[in-house]
Design a protein around this ligand. Structure first.
Ligand code: PLP
Length: 369
């Protein structure tokens, strides 16, 4: 009997698996590995959030896919405050972290074979994975003029501050993308999970009036509490934007059981209502960024963009795997730039998510012969 081709055959090899050999090499360093590869938060979950999770642990009933009224209000208030959106007019919906929504958005929007999803030239791999899961075609470009007039573009991803480059897109650029998409009836999905981490540039949300013109038509902003609030382990994200699109996502997600657990919903309310822990976390990353920036540039690396977000994007003007290997021999693990597209073949990505102790040891490791 012929079985249908497995869905996994549509997807590339899982990015992080290709780093296994370098990880083994780095782990063999006598003083252990300094892991600057994945960008997984290492600092504790703030107490105010843990308390809210614990207080909500008696949760025998099914949670609401739409989110509790308290969570919906907390998301709306945060979006108005942090994204500069109006106080209402946009829809909101919690997601189980933002990665699942990135991966399933094309499918949830009914995008399929023959449709085109535009992704940035160097970007988070899940945008393309999501298009592949839906059977759609991906076009990788930063310039919409490069997209042919006849192509069936249904979705355009933007990501500012960007992973892996740390690039911030100005409001004028985002505005052009939104206008272009609206003229064609396409949706702009703006992945804003690093919005709170601006260093030398101020990131702008697609929901700000400068970009969307005060109308949320055709725009969706995806947000995550993983980095802002050290909640990667809780899986806490949300989407805000076009009320009709958000209502449609809710309808489908209710059927599909894509529900944020009740204790996590309560924890999200506490996280969104508290800016203090987010400010403290940002300052931790700022200090680590400065130390890593100095260490790598002193060792001859050129840092590009990186004006915001959780990473330093850098090159030594050689193939990224040569750099990955050179660093792994010094016990430092980084992400290979090619993970994010062919344009990253000579870069590596350095995450700011290591302990202060390990970050302080980087300069010494780089000086090893
Ligand atoms: C650009 C981008 N979007 C989305 C995500 C997913 O984050 P999460 O699922 O933790 O919300 C990440 C994670 O690193 C990311 O870099």
């Amino acid at each position: 009997m012929n079985r249908p081709a497995p869905v996994s055959a549509r997807l590339p090899e899982f990015t992080w698996d290709t780093l296994d050999a370098a990880a083994a090499l780095a782990a063999a360093h006598p003083e252990g590995m300094i892991n600057l590869s994945m960008g997984t938060p290492v600092d504790p979950v703030p107490q105010v959030i843990r308390q809210a999770l614990a207080d909500a642990s008696d949760a025998p009933g099914y949670p609401l896919t739409a989110g509790t009224p308290a969570l919906r209000a907390a998301i709306s208030a945060w979006v108005a405050r942090a994204c500069g959106a109006g106080v209402d007019g946009f829809g909101v919906l919690p997601s189980i972290g933002s990665k699942e929504l990135v991966a399933w958005l094309p499918t949830l929007l009914g995008i399929g074979p023959g449709d085109v999803v535009v992704v940035p030239s160097i970007c988070y791999p899940t945008y393309e994975d999501g298009a592949r899961l839906a059977g759609a075609t991906t076009v990788r470009t930063d310039s919409l003029t490069a997209v042919g007039p006849t192509s069936r573009v249904r979705l355009v991803w933007v990501n500012s501050p960007g992973n892996p480059t740390g690039q911030v897109l100005p409001a004028t650029h985002l505005r052009k993308v939104v206008d272009w998409a609206r003229e064609r009836g396409a949706v702009v999905a703006s992945d804003e999970c690093y919005l709170p981490l601006g260093w030398s540039a101020e990131p702008v949300s697609v929901l700000s009036p400068e970009v969307c013109g005060g109308s949320y038509d055709n725009v969706l902003a995806l947000h995550s509490l993983s980095k802002r609030s050290n909640l990667a382990g809780y899986r806490a994200g949300f989407v805000a934007g076009d009320p009709a699109l958000v209502a449609e996502l809710l309808k489908v997600r209710k059927h599909a059981g894509m529900i944020v657990p009740a204790p996590v919903q309560a924890a999200m309310v506490a996280a969104l209502q508290d800016e203090r822990h987010a400010d403290e976390q940002r300052e931790r990353y700022r200090a680590r960024r400065e130390a890593l920036y100095l260490a790598f540039t002193a060792a001859g690396f050129t840092v590009e963009h990186s004006e915001a977000g959780l990473y330093l994007w850098m090159t030594r003007g050689e193939d990224c795997w040569t750099t990955v290997d050179w660093l792994a021999r010094r016990g430092i693990l980084v992400a290979a730039g090619v993970f994010y597209g062919p344009g990253g073949a000579q870069h590596v990505r350095v995450a700011l998510t290591e302990s202060n102790e390990h970050v302080a040891a980087v300069a010494g490791r780089l000086a090893e012969s």
